[in-house]
Ligand binder design. Structure first.
Ligand code: KG4
Ligand code: ZN
Length: 403
């Protein structure tokens, strides 16, 4: 009987990650090499630099994951790799390396959709918690039930109905953003305020010092048919079912709020003494600020703006997610992806779930943002049913999840 050891490899965006997970339920190691320092001066991910950094990091990161897990390549049962969606050049580094390793070690290769990985971050954590509750007994699967999953990250804001059938998971798209992802809005707003990259953690840290009701940002109901006039939406996200087939109540749009923030900054002259937007962390040659330094430089109206932006985004995510859960009679909600690390989001989603009597789960903070443990965990059900990748596997930057 194999131990069920899967090496996961993730390189879809700006993190090179490798992890070893046993039977989709026990993380033996999880190594993440972040490229934040490389992209920081540009205020966003530069695809060419991302590929170069992945090339540099992939071998040491995989080696570190094996060493930390205390195993050799020969102990593995399979290799799993993110095949999309993401940056083509970045994905190719992980895929090429995973293919070479699998070929050399005569191991099966499993292709994993990055979004499915984010959903399995929550499932992995639950299996781990159950396994330790059971004091080493084999994890039971009783809570692996139909769930509404909100995947909210820098590249995606998607709602899926996730259902386990015969050991594998099936996904149907319920809602999605028509334009920017929520994390993208966080990153763009942080950039225009002169905060660091990625913007989410900065806004998360500063929002609690502002008044969330100071600026009344509003999200209007999306009328997809009128908006799109039958044309495909302008989106950088994965190709998925036609927008017209989705309930407009579960569609998101985050490009407007970014423009509204910019207009507010211009209108209210939110500038520091030198006439620049505060706190100008991105100014060339400046060392990154700490949160307290940024806080000292941020005038109260900027903090109020930050708090109001976050309050509005979290409110919109909540409204549509809970409406979808109710309409689909979902047993529970999973919230995952980088933005799920947000403190206000967790608190308000948890409070609303308890008010409505619906179960909700989040990954740990480390499992919320990109990592490879989630990729190895998502691969486990595939391994169990022998669903392996073809030898011509390649990167699919706009890979869709489910139907
Ligand atoms: O899942 P992830 O690591 O990569 C993608 O698949 O996109 O998500 C990264 C995104 C970035 O936009 C980042 O600003 C956002 O997640 N993020 C946060 C927080 N931590 C990361 N957004 C809000 N609050 C946070 N604490
Ligand atoms: Zn991600």
């Amino acid at each position: 009987m194999p131990r069920g050891l899967i090496l996961g490899i993730e390189s879809s965006c700006d993190e090179t990650a490798a992890a070893v997970v046993e039977r989709g339920a026990r993380t033996l190691s999880s190594v993440v090499a972040s490229q934040i320092a490389t992209h920081l001066p540009y205020g966003g991910v530069v695809p060419e630099l991302a590929s170069r950094e992945h090339l540099r990091a992939i071998v040491p990161v995989v080696r570190a994951a094996l060493t930390e897990a205390g195993i050799n390549l020969a102990d593995l049962d399979a290799i799993a790799v993110t095949s999309g969606p993401g940056l083509a050049g970045a994905l190719l580094v992980g895929i090429t390396y995973a293919k070479a390793l699998a070929f050399a070690q005569r191991l099966p290769l499993i292709a994993v959709n990055h979004l499915e990985g984010h959903i399995h971050a929550v499932l992995l954590q639950e299996r781990q918690a159950r396994a330790s509750d059971d004091a080493g007994e084999s994890p039971n699967n009783s809570s692996e039930q139909q769930s509404l999953a909100l995947v909210v990250s820098g590249g995606h804001t998607h709602l899926y109905l996730a259902e386990p059938t015969d050991g594998t998971w099936h996904y149907s798209l319920v809602g999605r953003t028509l334009d920017d992802a929520a994390g993208e809005a966080y990153d763009k707003v942080a950039k225009l305020l002169g905060l660091g990259y990625p913007g989410g953690p900065w806004i998360d840290a500063l929002a609690r010092f502002g008044d969330p009701h100071a600026v009344p940002f509003a999200f209007s109901q999306i009328k997809s048919k009128i908006h799109l006039g039958g044309k495909p939406p302008r989106t950088k996200a994965a190709k998925t079912a036609p927008i017209a087939a989705l309930d407009p109540h579960f569609l998101f749009s985050f490009s407007g709020i970014k423009t509204a923030v910019l207009r507010y900054v211009e209108l209210h002259g939110l500038r520091d003494e030198a006439g620049a937007r505060v706190p100008r962390m991105l100014a060339a040659g400046r060392a990154p600020l700490t949160r307290d330094e940024a806080l000292a430089l941020c005038p109260q109206p900027t903090l109020d703006l930050i708090a109001s932006f976050q309050h509005a985004v979290v409110g919109d995510l909540m409204k549509k997610t809970f409406a979808a859960a109710e309409s689909l009679d979902a047993g529970r909600i999973l919230v995952t992806g980088g933005v799920a690390a947000n403190r206000e989001l967790r608190e308000r989603f948890a409070a609303e779930a308890s008010r409505r009597g619906i179960r909700i789960a989040f990954p740990t903070l480390a499992l919320s943002t990109d990592n490879a443990a989630m990729i190895a965990a998502a691969a486990w059900p595939r391994f169990a049913v022998g669903e392996f990748a073809a030898t011509d596997l390649t990167a699919d930057p706009s890979l869709a999840l489910g139907s």
